[in-house]
Design a protein around this ligand. Sequence first.
Ligand code: SF4
Length: 228
Amino acid sequence: MNTKDILEKGAILQRDRETYAIAPHIPGGFTDTATLRKICDVADKYKLEVKLTSAQRIAMFGVKEEELDAVWADLAQAPGAAIGLCVRSIKICPGTQWCKRAVLDSASLGLKLDKIYHAMELPNKMKMGVSGCLLACSESGVKDIGIVGHNKGWRILVGGNSGPRPRLAELLVDNIQTEEEVLEIVAKVVEVYKNDPQQGRLGRLIEEKGIEAFRAAVLGSQDAAVGK
Ligand code: SF4
């Protein structure tokens, strides 16, 4: 009987205590037919079951420990950060390329964030969500860092999470005009979070500090921060 996840192989021990689930990294859930065929071929070869996850990945269940390396080699894909204390996922909606309601290009911004932050080690797990309009299909309101596009620019929310103590994200800053500015602000949020001694999720830190103090720590000027 196995007892633990195998972090370095992206393998999550399953209920049978024998087999593992893995999930290749599929940034924002954007993929192509060749990648999907590869996943299907590997699933058939090793007799795995597949499931679409809420993190916009495809989980593959039933991997034997002794086959983990071969499965990853056959997939020729990197693991998604589904476990461990790190940036787990950047959820991204289809955005202006496809969605008729999109106001801003969530895919462009989200994929940049994915490149920078996916799997980055942090004091606790962190999730991000980038949505192209106020409908917020990427669940930006319950992400540690949630970003929403609207007619006046980007809105950045912080401190949301679901789980046993669900928490709605709070407004950090609004009406940000460019992706570059958003990236700079997210970098500061992550820096403040990383350097704080508390080890909980970002929402816990904001609860302790208060959103105004957190905003000041990240941005300095509160007026600029809330988009006044
Ligand atoms: S958040 Fe808005 S832009 Fe994104 S998929 Fe939903 S409706 Fe479309």
